[in-house]
Design a protein around this ligand. Sequence first.
Ligand SMILES: [Zn+2]
Length: 196
Amino acid sequence: MDSMPMALRGLALVKTGDLEEVYAGMEETKLLRLAKFEYNDLEFQAKEALKTELARRGLLEGKTLFLINRQEDGPDDLEVKAIAVHFQNQVCPHCGKNRLANAYVLTRRIACLLVIFRQDELVFGCKECLAKKLRRKSLVTGLSLLFSVYFPLIPFYLSADYRLGEEIQAASEDIPSPDLLESIRRNIKTYRDILF
Ligand SMILES: [Zn+2]
């Protein structure tokens, strides 16, 4: 039930035949939001009823229609790449000077009693800022593990971070990183939401 769109949560028991009536009474902004971002979560009949209502109001066109079709197809490589390139062309949010270039998953590990907590974070930034963030996370990992029973693991984690740092430096600024592509593919709805 969690995947059910907010707007429809209360309507789960509504008979299919009533859906057209529900959509007819819905505000335009709500209707468009449903169409653009939650369309693919709807049942077949709901999709049809929604499209009928949008067409009746003359809204089944342009960007809305594009997004509906996109959702039915699911993200393809071309869309994922296009979104990645859009992000790469932004300015780095950390220094505000360089082109953003890329995003990588950076990991920080915190040791607490007998457990290691791994915190992955997708960080957007230019090469310099990504390197700085990576160094900071390595430092936290190193210091945290230093005072724990896991201190023998420090060289492994730090050398893994070092290799990632080299990979980031060597990467082409025009080719989206695998981490960025993966994030877009997994969270396609959020990215579409930001862009449209
Ligand atoms: Zn930067």
